[in-house]
Write a protein that binds this ligand. Sequence first.
Ligand code: NAD
Length: 445
Amino acid sequence: MKIAVVGTGYVGLVTGACFAEMGNQVICVDLDAEKVERMRQGECPIYEASLPEMLPRNIEEGRLRFTTSLAEAAETADIFFIAVGTNPAADGSADLSAVMAVARQLGETIQRPAIIVDKSTVPVGTGEKVEATVLDALKKRGENIEFEVISNPEFLKEGAAVADFMKPDRVIIGTDSEWARDVMGQLYAPFTAKNDRVLYMGRRDAEMTKYAANAMLATKISFMNEMASLAEKLDVDIEQVRHGIGSDPRIGYSFIYPGCGYGGSCFPKDVKALIQTAREQDFDPAILDAVERRNAAQKQRLSEKISARFGNDLTGHHFALWGLAFKPGTDDMREAPSKEVLAHIIQSGGTVTAHDPEAMDMARTELPAEWFESGRLKLAEHQYDVLDGADALILVTEWKPYRQPDFDTLAERLKQKIIFDGRNQYDPALMKKLGFEYQGIGRKN
Ligand SMILES: NC(=O)c1ccc[n+]([C@@H]2O[C@H](COP(=O)([O-])OP(=O)(O)OC[C@H]3O[C@@H](n4cnc5c(N)ncnc54)[C@H](O)[C@@H]3O)[C@@H](O)[C@H]2O)c1
């Protein structure tokens, strides 16, 4: 099938590469000319497992192309995926300017019957707006080309994006059009065990499903974080409670890990956007408001613990930090809890040496340049090189190499044997035995 994917971020690039991998002809469109040039050379602009091998292979075999011109893509494509960003506007609602810009351009450039697929996460009713915009642009051209706008939200997880796309739990197709259902069913058949996992529904239902899914996951995390804070006050180990409740199949183990707050490009912005949607309907989103409040508080937990231990003035204190990405398996630092911890330490007069297996290039562009220029933040190439002279190690992101570290090396190289474990990776009893002062989240120390 002939596909155009507009927007080559974490979602668009994975979508384009995976469809090409299954034999489709894919052209990816992005505004960022420099990025397009790099991708044309087969270079993968983001860290995501398997993508670096898939890009050159599919380019060489002639199934995957990159361009900055939607008009060029419209010369060959029949299916257009919109996968541009929908970052929050000032009021928290999803900023639809990029989506609507693509819709207008599509109306200006499509050449033959087209299925326009909204893969970006967009509020309920956006499909209607996209449709009206495409129609308006077509009318201005004096063209009457058949098209359908459908919703096909994406559920991939950064860090396992290719695997998720290749073997999705479900594919949601939001449209009432028989034509679009047939085409999308055919397109996704190789990914979904011949459509066993394709769910067809209305367009608005599909749009809402994406927000409800992310809001539910954010709620589970925040609920557990709330339990963790209460557990600390009651001298209870939240990890025991987690096992105790996760073993109930009605609850399950997923997304009940206490930690230092959720980040990333999706949960924070999608919860905010859903809150805004509710307010626009004069509806009080009591649970969502609480989830937001809890997460904002949780992202301060490590900073609070550090200040409780070392004082509010951290002048003269140096810290080692493991994990900058918002979660393991990605270089994405959008809304990462590490940013809050770094800001707290540096603004309180302390210094940090940090390491991340994949996000250090991202850190150099995402974090304030003055932190680096002033020497308050340094990055170390090896995970153990952060330790020298540090008053404590702070674990923020649970990358695999941090899960089972060499504690002898930690003991030798840290100035003080103190660990703040923002992801409850280490066993408090073992830490005690090894002589570390240990603070987790919601656990007895
Ligand atoms: N990142 C995720 O894990 C994830 C998962 C599911 C859904 N989503 C949703 O998918 C959408 C995209 O997310 P992302 O993380 O891939 O975004 P991103 O910010 O990583 O990438 C967006 C890309 O779109 C390009 N772009 C913007 N305007 C454009 C235009 N007019 N024409 C062509 N290209 C344009 C940008 O240059 C950028 O490369 C968002 O709505 C997001 O909520 C993201």
